[in-house]
Design a protein around this ligand. Structure first.
Ligand code: UD1
Ligand code: CA
Length: 454
């Protein structure tokens, strides 16, 4: 049985922020959320978060997750933090200690530590650093780990050791409880050091089994905005490499941001500076132009999205042509072979096969049939100042340019609306409807002339 403890009580002074450090976002998700995801992937029976700074902000931010929250009111060290959570942990389990500000540790790096603890040893993640300044040093004798000495307590000889403690360890919970109970704070920082349990384990005859992470960045923590930005780039680089390996064409892997999950079919191509948020899925052959933002969107095969397009909470069907400069807002569904052009905004609308809205239009709260052509500058007037109303445009309708459809209103199948029409009543199917002042020519009319200044 595995239980995971995530230490997240630190204030993060160097972030210079009112937000608790672990709630700052990496790839659109709180740092702590990444660690919680890792805990879930490891299959922990319980994940316990020790929080402190920021009051209830941390439990509130992760309220939807199956977590146990433990308050560490005063931060008296990492050993003290673990102690706060121990009453919640079961003796028959092994405990893995992770950190809410170390977001990129991979599951495969942690599994051997858990295996060590399950086999009665203490699993410790260490890394070689040059310079090792600031970190706890791993003191070995004849190759065996004997203890950890914190930088501030270390002798010059100990400070020259380059193998350092990442802080991540796994141990039998019953033993952990005994050791933590014996911690003292008679050290340079007056803190209860979790690291002091290593010497106790050795004394109890428990072997310390060390592992290194597969990549050094897996154990990097966030203490400042500069480090947060650095980890964001590392994470995005990894995501981009994964997409390239899966066969996605990225015009520049350094200019892609995925804040969530991006699933791609075969032969997907993504131009520079695109941002994908939430859950995005791109079907086979989808092309995304430069500078697009897609948030919680499904795009079916063969669709081409041109530059500077924003799509939010929408479903885009096969073989569409969207953009450049299109905005598709929540609740919209585009069927097959739909065209949406520049400066077109679509909101909460269903657009059926083969319909085209190519220029300068607003289509909101609309149900549109098949093979409709919407002229430039068409507006569905969906809002009367108090309520929203729907517009229904049936199959094969042709809407002339600069038309307003004042909802609720229905345009019947095959109807034509003349350019410049302001439609306030339903238009019958198959007929031409227009509302327009009669064109008049005033022959001999003169433009006014400018009065000369006195
Ligand atoms: C700790 C380790 C050190 C290791 C380093 C790796 C100890 C005594 N030292 O040092 O060996 O090389 O991490 O980064 O463990 N925290 C709490 N409550 C507390 C104190 C800390 O939740 O009372 C949390 C912090 O939020 C942070 C983590 O524990 O996420 C580490 O605390 P920090 O004070 O940064 O430990 P270090 O001195 O860096
Ligand atoms: Ca630290």
């Amino acid at each position: 049985m595995l239980e995971i403890l995530i230490l997240a009580a630190g204030k993060g002074t160097r972030m210079r922020s009112d937000l608790p450090k672990v709630l700052h976002k990496l790839a659109g998700k709180p740092l702590l959320g990444h660690v919680v995801d890792t805990a879930r992937a490891l299959g922990a029976t319980q994940t316990c978060v020790v929080y402190g700074f920021g009051g209830d902000a941390v439990p509130q931010a992760l309220a939807g997750e199956p977590l146990t929250f433990v308050l560490q009111a005063e931060q008296q060290g990492t050993g003290h933090a673990v102690q706060q959570a121990l009453p919640r942990l079961s003796d028959d389990s092994v405990t893995l200690v992770l950190y809410g500000d170390v977001p990129l540790t991979q599951v495969t790096t942690l599994q051997p530590l858990i295996a060590a603890a399950l086999a009665g040893r203490l699993g410790l993640l260490t890394v070689n650093l040059n310079p090792p300044d600031g970190y706890g040093r791993i003191v070995r004798e004849q190759g065996q780990v004997k203890r950890i000495v914190e930088h501030k307590d270390a002798t010059p000889a100990e400070r020259s050791i380059q193998e350092v403690n990442t802080g991540i360890l796994a141990a039998n919970t019953r033993q952990l409880r005994q050791w933590i109970g014996r911690l003292k704070n008679d050290n340079a920082q007056g803190e209860y050091y979790l690291t002091d349990i290593i010497a106790m384990a050795v004394e109890a005859g428990v072997m310390i089994e060390t592992h290194h992470p597969a990549h050094a960045w897996e154990v990097l923590g966030v203490n400042s905005k500069a480090q947060l930005a650095e980890l964001e780039r590392i994470h995005q680089h990894e995501v981009a490499q994964g997409l390239l390996e899966a066969g996605v064409t990225l015009l520049d892997p350094a200019r892609l941001d995925v804040r969530g999950t991006l699933r791609c079919g075969r032969d997907v191509a993504i131009d520079v500076n695109c941002v994908f948020e939430g859950s995005v899925s791109l079907g086979d052959g989808v092309q995304v132009g430069a500078n697009c933002v897609l948030r919680n969107v499904t795009v079916a095969a063969g669709t081409k999205i041109d530059a500077f397009t924003l799509i939010d909470d929408a479903v885009v069907g096969e073989a569409n042509k969207i953009g450049p400069f299109s905005r598709i807002r929540p609740g919209s569904t585009l069927a097959r072979d739909v065209h949406v052009g520049n400066f077109v905004e679509i909101k909460n609308s269903q657009i059926d096969d083969g319909s085209k809205i190519n220029h300068l239009s607003y289509v909101g709260d609309t149900t549109m049939g098949k093979n409709v052509n919407i002229g430039a500058g068409t507006i569905t007037c969906n809002y009367d100042g108090a309520n929203k109303h729907r517009t229904v445009i049936e199959d094969d309708v042709f809407v002339g340019s600069d038309t307003q459809l004042v909802a609720p209103v229905t345009v019947g199948k095959g109807a034509t609306l003349g350019a410049g029409t302001t439609l306030t009543r339903d238009a019958p199917p198959g007929e031409l409807t227009l509302s327009r002042a009669k064109q008049t020519t005033f022959s001999g009319w003169q433009r006014p002339v400018k009065t000369p200044k006195p």
